[in-house]
Design a protein around this ligand. Structure first.
Ligand code: C2E
Ligand code: MG
Ligand code: MG
Ligand code: MG
Length: 288
């Protein structure tokens, strides 16, 4: 079943992007080599409390610079890696690298890692997470796994069993890209989520677009009702952040608060005493 879905994803992808089978095979081959030869790296994007401007964690995002020196976007290579199964070793590498990195910080900030549906449906995923936690020494509560709804629908029972195993380890689970895809509100109740991430497409112009504002308010109400913090993705303007602050959104992430970058760019946050005061949000909120 998963295999078929992978093929569908690929067909859709191929049609949408015009990527030929041979090109896809080449990308897949180069990707495997990149994984073996340390051609992949991670960038980190701050996750910030809206009320205080305090950075509470980072999301790890995988990057690939190919042999020709071009940056291949994840939106292009992740679907290929998922279809071919290469996402399993890549996902494990991402998880291990992010956990090892975070375990070395002097500040106990959160670390969010994206998990592919293919990983969730692979038997033994929770065991891999457990091993990585033991190996890196990261406090499980600092790890947050970001999962999209598409990860759940393939096999609800199996996904639920995996999520329960992960929760038993002490790690947190965030629903990523909420509002896109096959949003089923019952998923929010049936699955042990610890956070809702509203997709960036709803945040765009939320301060000037009534429909976007209505949708975001509804999701914030949902989070409040379910007792789940809500993080707004893709926050790009002070106006959007002010709206989120007025509506009591918990956390925000986006270019306004920090672009994804190598972790060295954030040493003042991972090592510093103060986790706030360096960000736009403070200024943006004061400017009201
Ligand atoms: P995502 O998990 O929803 O990540 C958020 C994406 O939005 C990232 O794109 C990030 O760079 C981008 N972004 C952040 N702030 C802003 C903003 O203010 N405006 C706009 N327009 N975009 C913003 P990126 O890094 O290209 O990743 C795209 C997607 O690829 C991710 O969406 C995630 O689904 C997937 N991905 C990235 N890294 C990994 C990974 O390590 N494993 C897996 N399985 N998927 C990954
Ligand atoms: Mg994510
Ligand atoms: Mg997202
Ligand atoms: Mg996304």
């Amino acid at each position: 079943r998963a295999k078929n879905e992978g093929r569908c994803t690929y067909r859709f992808f191929e049609a949408a992007m015009g990527v030929q089978v041979t090109a896809r095979r080449m990308i897949e081959h180069e990707l495997r080599q990149a994984l073996a030869r340390q051609g992949l790296f991670l960038v980190y994007q701050p996750q910030t409390r809206v009320d205080s401007g305090e950075t509470v964690g980072f999301e790890a995002l995988v990057r690939w610079r190919n042999e020709a020196g071009e940056d291949v976007p994840p939106s292009l290579f992740i679907p290929i890696a998922e279809e071919s199964g290469t996402i399993l070793p890549i996902g494990e590498w991402v998880l291990r690298t992010a956990c090892r990195e975070a375990a070395g910080w002097s500040q106990p900030l959160g670390i969010a890692v994206n998990v592919s549906p293919v990983q969730i449906h692979n038997a033994g995923f929770a065991r891999v997470v457990h091993e990585i936690l033991l190996e890196t020494g990261l406090t499980p509560q600092r790890l947050e796994l970001e999962i999209t709804e598409t990860a759940l629908i393939r096999d609800l029972n199996r996904a639920l069993a995996t999520l329960r195993q992960l929760k038993a380890l002490g790690v947190r689970i965030a629903m990523d890209d909420f509002g896109t895809g096959y949003s089923s509100l019952s998923n929010l109740r049936a699955f042990p989520f610890d956070k809702i991430k509203i997709d960036g497409s709803f945040i765009k112009a939320v301060d000037s677009n009534d429909q976007a504002a209505t949708i975001v308010r509804a999701v914030l109400g949902l989070g409040k009702g379910l007792g789940l913090p809500v993080l707004a993705e893709g926050v790009e303007t002070p106006g959007e952040l002010r709206f989120l602050n007025a509506e009591m959104c918990t956390e925000a992430q986006g270019y306004l608060l920090g672009r994804p970058a190598r972790i060295e760019q954030f040493r003042h946050l991972t090592e510093g005493e103060a986790r706030r005061g360096v960000h736009e949000p403070d200024r943006a909120l004061r400017a009201r």
